[in-house]
Design a protein around this ligand. Sequence first.
Ligand code: ZN
Length: 318
Amino acid sequence: MSFSYDVKEELARLFSDACCQKAELAALIRMAGIIKITGGLGKATLQIQTEHASTARKAFKLLKKHIKSSVEVAISKNNFLKNHIMYIISVNLEEARGLLKDMGILSENEKRISFKNSINPVLIRKRCCRRAYLRGAFLGGGSISDPKGPYHMEFVTIGKRHAYALSRLIGSFGLKAGVMERKNSQMVYLKDGNNIAELLGIMGAHGSLLKFEDIRVIKEMRNSVNRMVNCETANLNKTIDAAVRQIECIKFLKQQNLFDNLPSNLKQVAELRLKFPDLCLKELGQMMNPVLGKSGVSYRLKKIENIVENLQSMKGEK
Ligand SMILES: [Zn+2]
């Protein structure tokens, strides 16, 4: 099963406090609910559709708690993904109307029944209830990619205003969520690993948060090892380039019969460089008598390069 599925399993099994339940249910309905009108208003139903069994169970329980009439459960094949099953929780709209109005998610316009595009501020006055709203929103329309790959968490909802309200709600916890149009819906998304981890915690998915962080640590460690390996290779290339340059300079001095004119301390380093072209500066220094540090060797070799550069520019060869 996917990481997204695991997160939903965990969230669906959480028990919400009495004050939070309406916020959670409102978000679930707003994200996964539809109003189905077949054969007159009296027969209209409020439906919550989900592929996720535990989310369906949660929606069923929450509706039962707040509505007196019967709540039905049905299944149907998903129109798009043939092997998937949709759970449909439905309740007569007239019976649910009081609850929907109480939650402030039903549009007051009696001619056309629809969901409001805003989040009722009364529902999310308390911090715990804001967290519950996000939990319901994730259960109703959220998904998260496997943390082994690029970080991505999203909430898909209908209506631009609801999408921005959701992104502001996420923002109220100090996290950054973007909004993007996708097909006929809006996507509220997070890309930052830290933000996603925090949001998992805010929603109450603590088990998933630990798993996410475990994978993230391993991934980032692997990245930093790769960076280190690349860095060493870069240094090695630099060392080789420098050695080639130094040897060319020394050979130039020999060709021009100028080598013996060098001061003895430079001559000693130069001889060793020619003899051991693949040793690093530190190793060369250890072969000197007396032993010389890396910076001392570097200084002397630089000096030789300088001398050659001066000679070449004077001779107009460069
Ligand atoms: Zn609450």
